[in-house]
Ligand binder design. Sequence first.
Ligand code: SF4
Length: 173
Amino acid sequence: MLKGESSKKHVTTIFFDCIECGACAYVCPSNIPLVQHYRFAKSEIRNEEAEQRKAAQARERFEARQARLAREEAEKEQRRKERAEAAAREQARKKIEAETPSSDTQDTEAELKKLKSAASIARTKLKKAMEALKNAEEKGLDGAEKLKETVAQLEEKAAAAEQAWLAASGAEK
Ligand code: SF4
């Protein structure tokens, strides 16, 4: 504690030790109105302390407000950052979705491929059966009748497969 502060505290203690009985007014050879001086000094000290308390409370309120504003600003910034990240994620998801064919599209394409392949296989089988029938008829081989039935069946199958593929590819387009 500084010397000045120590003296002030000492004087303050003396002031507040005075019970304001007024006895000193009668014994002071210089007739100094000591009680009034002490009373005034105590009142000044009380006022000063009250001002200091008020100033301290105002400072606390100011600091609390500053801390609250800083906290709110940080929270706002955090929310803004989270919104920006969410928007970026959503944009990336949409981009991927736009660039990747959907599973429905993939399924349809696979199905079309299958139908096209089935039609091609059916045509090849029919062609082979027709060649075998031609060969059997030319050479008068046994089994030509049976081959005719097979060719007829394969013609139906090939036509059906072709039709299925055309219908599916037409629907897709
Ligand atoms: S008024 Fe004077 S005598 Fe009475 S307590 Fe105070 S200083 Fe002492």
